[in-house]
Design a protein around this ligand. Structure first.
Ligand SMILES: *Cc1c(COP(=O)(O)O)cnc(C)c1O
Length: 366
């Protein structure tokens, strides 16, 4: 039995009729750039998150980058970013010419540790970027407090947490902007690159709309120097179909996570993910063990695909040697990089497939 890490085919087959019709409709209309489907998806997604404005852009990285730029963050500024995240969170800060200042994460939640944030604030700090990693909301309440006291902006990286709730409200709507990736493997994924941001700030939404479309207010009237970073109409049509299924998929992911936790509790030295800050949408189910590499090899032999998110922390990447961090700078992040392993999780994972994964993990520790 082969268990893939994600199974995009299973989802396509389940929604084939709806998705094919949406794509064919866009092709029939030939309204490929900023067609009606883009505005329709933006409205549906804003309503879903519970924020008044959503703007579709070309990718998650672009959503983060445009949010920072529209907030006026740039050269000479610093933005606080968790040390344990996908590198795109930091790259967005670098892309606007600012400096990512890394802060270690909390071991229980894998998210930015609010107790460590204030020590990282300097006169140049302009914003904090919490990441809702693996689908679990970052602990926003103390973080928003700190931001308010120091006059900092908050840009949420919700690229792994579509639909996750913190204190009853969906993430993305708490900060000045909430940024999402619709990369195909995300909880809400397009059929190519896509992204978007939500905000409560009409002015910010307008600036991002200009920036994504050559800085145009209307055709050939350029009010700022912009880019071509629009959400594709075809992708928007696909995302609108899929958005209707997101809550159901997230519920199934949570059920699979609960089944993993129930079956693997107390097995070997495993440390299982804890739901500590809100409704976790389990983009990833990440376990920890001191025997990670051997366990991964054992699972590969038994047909179970696993991934390490992420094996080399940002501060130890060649691309970020210029930040001047070294091994030992972020002990929790470094420990996690050595011990974490993501098991297959997706809505369509069957009970039989999951039993195979569980048995394979158990047989390693037997
Ligand atoms: C996927 C992801 C991004 C980047 O999204 P893209 O659409 O691939 O540009 C940013 N941050 C996090 C945490 C992600 O998981």
């Amino acid at each position: 039995m082969q268990i893939p890490f994600v199974d995009l085919q299973a989802q396509y087959q389940a929604l084939k009729t709806e998705l094919d019709a949406a794509v064919l409709r866009v092709m029939g209309q030939c309204n490929f750039i900023l067609g009606k489907e883009v505005a329709d998806f933006e409205q549906a997604f804003a309503e879903y998150v519970g924020a008044p404005y959503a703007v579709g852009v070309a990718s998650g990285l672009d959503a983060l980058k445009l949010a920072l730029e529209a907030l006026g963050i740039g050269s000479g500024d610093e933005v606080i970013v968790p040390a344990h995240t996908f590198i795109a969170s930091a790259l967005a800060v670098s892309a606007v010419g600012a400096r990512p200042v890394l802060v270690d994460v909390d071991e229980a939640s894998f998210n930015l540790d609010p107790a460590l944030i204030e020590a990282a604030i300097t006169p140049r700090t302009k914003a904090i970027m919490p990441v809702h990693l693996y689908g679990q909301p970052a602990d926003l309440s103390p973080l928003l407090d700190i931001a308010q006291r120091h006059g900092l902006r908050v840009v949420e990286d919700a690229s792994q947490a579509h639909g996750a709730r913190y204190q009853g409200r969906r993430v993305g709507g708490f900060g000045d902007a909430g940024c999402f990736s619709f990369y195909p493997g995300k909880n809400l994924g397009a059929y190519g690159d896509a992204g978007g941001l939500v905000t409560n700030d009409a002015g910010l939404a307008e600036r991002v709309r200009y920036l994504r479309n050559y800085g145009q207010e209307v055709k050939y009237k350029h009010v700022v120097k912009g880019y071509n970073l629009r959400l594709d109409t075809m992708q928007a049509a696909i995302l609108s179909v899929k958005l209707r299924h997101l809550d159901d998929w997230n519920a199934r992911r949570a059920a699979h996570a609960a089944a993993y936790t129930h079956a693997l509790e107390g097995v070997g030295d495993l440390r299982l993910p804890r739901v500590v800050t809100g409704d976790h949408v389990f983009h990833l189910y990440v376990i920890r063990t001191k025997h990670r590499d051997a366990l991964q090899a054992h699972l590969t032999e038994r047909g179970v695909a696993t991934v390490i998110h992420y094996p080399v922390p940002i501060h130890l990447q060649a691309a970020y040697a210029d930040l001047g961090y070294r091994r030992g700078s972020f002990p929790v992040t470094e420990r996690l990089a050595d011990e974490i392993l993501s098991l297959p999780i997706y809505a369509e994972l069957t009970a039989e497939q999951q039993a195979h994964v569980i048995n394979a993990v158990k047989s390693f520790f037997a």
